[in-house]
Write a protein that binds this ligand. Structure first.
Ligand SMILES: *[C@@H]1O[C@H](CO)[C@@H](O)[C@H](O)[C@H]1NC(C)=O
Ligand SMILES: *[C@@H]1O[C@H](CO)[C@@H](O)[C@H](O)[C@H]1NC(C)=O
Ligand SMILES: *[C@@H]1O[C@H](CO)[C@@H](O)[C@H](O)[C@H]1NC(C)=O
Ligand SMILES: *[C@@H]1O[C@H](CO)[C@@H](O)[C@H](O)[C@H]1NC(C)=O
Length: 403
């Protein structure tokens, strides 16, 4: 990693943050939660040779547990949720991965079109992902989300060394700002896109709403909502829990959660993370062993996932994830990989594969589970920096038969 020369810049920014929140009503054009701005997402099914999705996701988890910044194996991910963001003035639009598990925003050098707003800060950025490192020069530039959310002076990496993922120009880092610590040579931390939307008074609370429609439905898409959440996408209210105090999950969008399969508790309350950059749902190996014996699944070599017969599918119980006071139910249909996408994971067309997989280490790591897309496609999620909390709500897809 690039040695970090810690500066006072972030400490100085803190009082300013408090000031803005107090004076929001006096600001010229504050956006309120009642008028959040949304950005449409596209989902890309990576059909060119994703094999062993579980191994790819596990690499991301293990790099994280080892203290890495993030570790998406973007080149190996089956489903990539992407957004188009504008950079420069006039903006050039780039397709970037939506990642709540990392916090730097960057685009590839060869795609980057410099305009009058592009400013080389002289800093070098370097982020270690599981599948490789991304590094280059740190710029500031104007970033446009949708056409109406314009951020001035957003710090962005311009990557000379990149992951080279086809169809992807970069990352939109939506994780906590602390994950940027030490990633840019001449700065302590780098204000994220969310931080700047808030500091620049474009949104009145630093809140991100994430909606993913199941990739297997006709509407294979989703949306990000800045400054609030989209009430039209949820059924019922949002229930929040504080960010977990358990490290290292506490440095991410980390929460406490316990898990039952049917009536059987398979994981006592423990800490883990919510991550839009992970495909499956990962639980620690001890909980996974209980899940495997309860479902009767056998580990399938071709996919790296548990495979069950149609008889076993008929017998499947719901998986219950308890977060705070609320229990979120993953129905049997929500626990299986979309059969229409079996070929993308090296599965057979009639195979039934479970999306709950083992993290590869036993519980007690301080980062025991990952609620990835397969969870987030069933529950709307709200990432609230202002109140240090994460929220979930049911959607029209929570109990739907889509797989
Ligand atoms: C962005 O930086 C430029 C100079 O680098 C400065 O003139 C401008 O005021 C800054 N804008 C914001 C919103 O901070
Ligand atoms: C997709 O969205 C359209 C318009 O919102 C809706 O009419 C249609 O039922 C949706 N299809 C599915 C499969 O959800
Ligand atoms: C989460 O679990 C840890 C460990 O049991 C506990 O100390 C903490 O109070 C719980 N809640 C939060 C919000 O961290
Ligand atoms: C894909 O599955 C076949 C068996 O169906 C297996 O021989 C092959 O090794 C698998 N490929 C990968 C990359 O796992």
């Amino acid at each position: 990693m690039v040695p970090s020369t810690r500066s006072l810049s972030f400490l100085l920014a803190l009082p300013a943050l408090a000031f803005f929140s107090l004076s929001a009503s006096a600001l010229p054009h504050p956006r309120t939660a009642s008028s959040p701005a949304t950005l449409k997402l596209a989902v890309r099914i990576n059909s060119y040779g994703i094999k062993n999705i579980a191994a790819a996701d596990r690499a991301r988890i293990q790099a994280r547990q080892a203290g890495g910044s993030s570790s998406i194996s973007a080149t190996n991910n089956v489903m990539l949720y992407t957004a188009d963001i504008g950079v420069g003035s006039p903006p050039t639009y780039y397709t970037v991965l939506v990642d709540t598990g990392s916090s730097n925003t960057w685009i590839e050098d060869e795609a980057y079109k410099k305009t009058a707003t592009s400013h080389d800060t002289g800093g070098i950025f370097w982020v270690a992902y599981g599948s490789g490192d991304v590094a280059g020069e740190e710029y500031t530039d104007t970033v446009t989300l949708n056409s109406d959310l314009v951020i001035d002076n957003q710090s962005i990496g311009v990557a000379r060394v990149s992951l080279g993922t086809e169809g992807l120009d970069g990352f939109l880092g939506l994780g906590p700002v602390g994950l940027t610590r030490g990633t840019v040579s001449n700065q302590g931390q780098v204000a994220t896109v969310m931080d700047n939307l808030y500091h620049q008074e474009t949104i009145s609370s630093e809140v991100l709403g994430v909606f993913f429609a199941p990739a297997s439905s006709d509407n294979s898409s989703g949306e990000l909502t800045f400054g609030g959440y989209d009430t039209s996408k949820i059924t019922g209210g949002v229930s929040y829990v504080p960010i977990t105090s358990t490290s290292p999950a506490s440095g991410y969008w980390g929460i406490n959660q316990s898990i039952s399969y049917g009536d059987t508790l398979i994981l006592d309350e423990t800490a883990g993370i919510v991550d839009t950059g992970t495909t499956l749902i990962y639980i620690p190996s001890d909980a996974f062993d209980k899940y495997q014996s309860a479902t009767g699944g056998t580990l399938d070599e071709a996919t790296g996932l548990l495979k069950i017969s149609s008889d076993q599918y008929d017998q499947l119980s719901s998986l219950y994830l308890t977060i705070g006071e609320v229990t979120y139910e993953l129905t049997p249909n929500a626990q299986i990989w979309p059969r229409s996408l079996n070929s993308a994971i090296n599965g057979t067309s009639d195979g039934i594969y479970l999306v709950v997989s083992s993290s590869g280490s036993s519980s007690g790591s301080g980062d025991d589970f990952t609620n990835g897309y397969c969870f987030l496609e069933r529950f709307y999620s709200v990432f609230d920096t202002t109140n240090s909390q994460v929220g979930f709500a049911t959607t029209e897809y929570t109990y739907a038969t889509t797989n």
